[in-house]
Design a protein. Structure first.
Length: 87
């Protein structure tokens, strides 16, 4: 008899979370950073946010550095996360 092994997928739901000074990676086939995009990034993610071009895992990416943002009602699967109290 063949044994069936289960590989569960866990969903994590973020009801509300504030992220400070985080990096956001956006995979893109065409890379190009102009002043209008840079200004929009500062407007959306805070005055300290800026863009960098990068290659991650062999793919062109734009990285939004130092972003401040809030997630509400976000969902993800198989999240690798930790939680600790900050005093």
């Amino acid at each position: 008899m063949q044994e069936i092994l289960a590989n569960p997928i866990f969903e994590t739901k973020i009801h509300s979370a504030v992220f400070l000074r985080q990096d956001i990676i956006v995979k893109s086939d065409s890379i190009g950073i102009d002043s209008s995009i840079a200004n929009a990034i500062k407007f959306l993610f805070g005055k300290d946010a800026y863009l960098e071009e990068s290659i991650i895992e062999g793919q062109n990416c734009i990285v939004i550095k130092n972003a401040d943002f809030i997630l509400s009602g976000a969902r993800t699967i198989n999240a690798d996360w930790s939680c600790k109290e900050i005093k």
